[in-house]
Design a binder for this molecule. Structure first.
Ligand SMILES: C[S@@+](CC[C@H](N)C(=O)[O-])C[C@H]1O[C@@H](n2cnc3c(N)ncnc32)[C@H](O)[C@@H]1O
Length: 258
């Protein structure tokens, strides 16, 4: 008899691939070296560095990165291909998030009456409208207001976490879900996430000074009339926040498991 295909995880909107590689490392350490991990992202540029980093860290062909966008049937995979579909901090940027979730449902394994069990879709989004900055920084709070407006001007939803369960329900309602009908196992959990260690502050905030000075966020803010001098003040406020050992940023996140 033929052996089952190896466990396969899809990481949607993988960005730099940090979490994608962490999954692969976890599977290898847990004794599943044949497990496969595929990261997809809409940005070709981030995929170049994700691939280079995976190679530098010694990952083989089990870890791969492809350009794809889950909206509107945009994932280049056949039905029921993946054991797990993971999507972290991506739907906030997507103009039709329920379409993207429906596409995740298409490619995840479906529940059968017996084994193998159905696959799992793991969604996690923040709610940028709940950000609390410590120590209090009116400049960074104003900057987060600009970040939220820039998200909306590009068709995204900065309060994605608040909408995640409703998007998931909409996508589930649209899909036929295997023999058992709609699976409907859905969980919503909210928690505060604090950023306090220096490495965390650099990882979270390190790219913001640059983004306040050039690139898509800078241009979106300029289109909304934020002067470049104000953007420079935000950049400096980010740097002060990163360097302050007492600094934190907290925000509500929501998780949905389908
Ligand atoms: C905030 S990053 C999150 C990266 C990664 N998931 C993580 O948590 O570290 C958002 C990523 O989503 C990607 N993205 C945005 N819209 C997308 C879409 N429609 N399809 C695929 N990726 C998308 C962006 O290019 C970016 O790399």
């Amino acid at each position: 008899s033929s052996s089952p295909p190896p466990f396969h995880l899809l990481d949607i909107g993988c960005g730099s691939g940090k979490l994608t590689r962490a999954f692969a490392a976890h599977f290898a350490a847990a004794g599943f070296p044949a497990a496969r991990v595929t990261g997809v992202d809409i940005s070709a540029a981030v995929l170049v560095s994700a691939r280079a980093q995976a190679e530098a860290e010694g990952f083989g062909p089990n870890v791969r990165f492809l350009r794809a966008d889950p909206k509107g049937g945009g994932l280049p995979f056949e039905e029921s291909r993946f054991d797990v579909v993971h999507c972290h901090q991506v739907l906030a940027h997507v103009s039709r998030p329920a379409d993207a979730i429906a596409e995740m449902i298409r490619v995840v394994k479906k529940r059968r009456t017996g084994p193998p069990p159905g696959g799992l879709i793991c969604l996690r989004e923040g709610d940028l409208t709940t950000v609390r900055v410590t120590p209090a920084s009116p400049l960074l709070e104003e900057c987060f207001g600009v970040i939220c407006a820039a998200h909306r001007s590009q068709g995204g939803e900065p309060a994605a976490g608040r909408h995640l369960a409703e998007w998931a329900r909409e996508a589930i309602a649209r899909k036929r879900w295997g023999e058992g009908g709609q699976r409907g196992k859905e969980e919503k959990k909210k928690k505060k996430k604090g950023k306090n260690a220096e490495a965390d502050r650099e990882a979270y905030g390190g790219h913001w000074p640059g983004r306040c000075r050039q690139g898509m966020f800078f241009e979106a803010a300029a289109a909304m009339g934020v002067p470049s001098g104000r953007m420079e003040e935000y950049a400096l406020a980010w740097r002060r926040w990163i360097e302050d050992p007492m600094a934190r940023i907290e925000m509500v996140h929501a998780e949905v498991l389908i």
